[in-house]
Design a protein around this ligand. Structure first.
Ligand code: GRG
Length: 295
């Protein structure tokens, strides 16, 4: 078993414990809202963003107790984005994480509210995390707000992606969408872990470069999976990108060339860790893991 294979189940335990504490019980009034939130959060996501946050934090010597709430917070932001992305007004999807999407199960209005409140719960989790100094909490809130929002973050990236449907984009424009829509939150996860671990400015810069390459790699391999894998394996509808003419690397370069480019970005991601004189083996293995998903 690799170090990463041992690490993932431990992360799931820690993060799911925090999520369970932070999210009101299913029976809490209004129960439909809390059932909907729990339906989506505990539907079996891979917990990649929390894992990256915890791996980065651990590399810089942070204790798991100082990382768990921020790790849960990023998973809540991510899950909110998936719930809203699946809505009829966006991707109009029936399946997510192998289950009915939130709006299919609970109705569109409740799904919108479930996404809204997951975002506010995420920021509350960081603000209330008394294992962290007040200044660290403010830095984390600012970091995640920028990554999730606009102008350089996820929501702005989603708008760029919607605007691009059916258009032939340059590779620079495709990359920009990827960096914002998917990369920004992945990158913020790694930087958050490093911040909690009190990394130096130079180390934070290196982690920023590493994680922004990792985020790009993640979206490229996700696009490859959308083409090459079946719906049952993905737990979400396969082949959607092609159907709605989404701006993707495989759409621009074809599958084989995209695979080659992904391998190059994977090496660059690993190399970006070289200025950091800490144990970064786990962070390096994330790049291999992300690449291997598309093989
Ligand atoms: C609607 C505000 C808003 C933002 C949408 C996240 C996102 C932005 C769109 C999701 C569409 C999508 C499938 C993007 C590809 C990359 C991605 C975010 C995949 C899902 O992440 P995983 O694979 O999912 O980590 P799990 O379910 O394992 O957590």
């Amino acid at each position: 078993m690799t170090a990463l294979e041992k690490f993932f189940p431990q992360v799931r335990l820690d993060v799911d414990r925090s999520l369970n504490e932070l999210i009101p019980a299913a029976g809490t009034v209004p129960s439909r809202l809390h059932e909907a939130i729990r339906w989506s959060v505990f539907a079996g996501g891979k917990r990649i963003r929390p894992a990256i946050l915890i791996a980065a934090g651990t590399a810089f010597g942070a204790a798991i107790n100082d990382l768990s709430q921020s790790a849960a917070a990023v998973e809540m932001i991510h899950t909110y984005s998936l719930i809203h992305d699946d809505l009829p007004a966006m991707d109009d999807d029936d399946l997510r994480r192998g289950k009915a999407t939130c709006h299919r199960q609970f109705g569109e209005a409740t799904a919108i509210l479930a996404g809204d409140v997951l975002q506010t719960l995420a920021f509350k989790a960081i603000a209330d995390d008394d294992s962290l100094a007040a200044g660290t909490r403010i830095k984390l809130i600012s970091l995640f707000a920028a990554a999730a929002g606009t102008p350089g973050g996820m929501v702005a990236g989603q708008q760029l992606d919607l605007d691009a449907e059916g258009l032939k984009l340059s590779i620079e424009d495709i990359e920009q969408i990827h960096r914002q829509k998917t990369g920004a939150l992945i990158s913020a996860s790694a930087v958050a872990g490093a911040l909690i671990g009190e990394a130096s400015d130079a180390e934070l810069e290196a982690i920023g470069i590493y994680s922004s390459k990792l985020g790009l790699l993640f979206q490229i391999t996700d696009d490859l999976l959308d083409i090459t894998q079946a719906t049952e394996t993905l737990g979400k509808t396969a082949g959607k990108d092609l159907a709605v003419e989404k701006a993707t690397y495989p759409g621009h370069f074809g599958i084989e060339k995209t695979r080659e480019m992904a391998a190059v970005i994977c090496s660059e991601t690993r190399e970006a860790l070289s200025p950091i004189k800490r144990d970064t083996a786990l962070l390096a293995s994330f790049a291999d893991y992300v690449l291997s998903r598309s093989r």
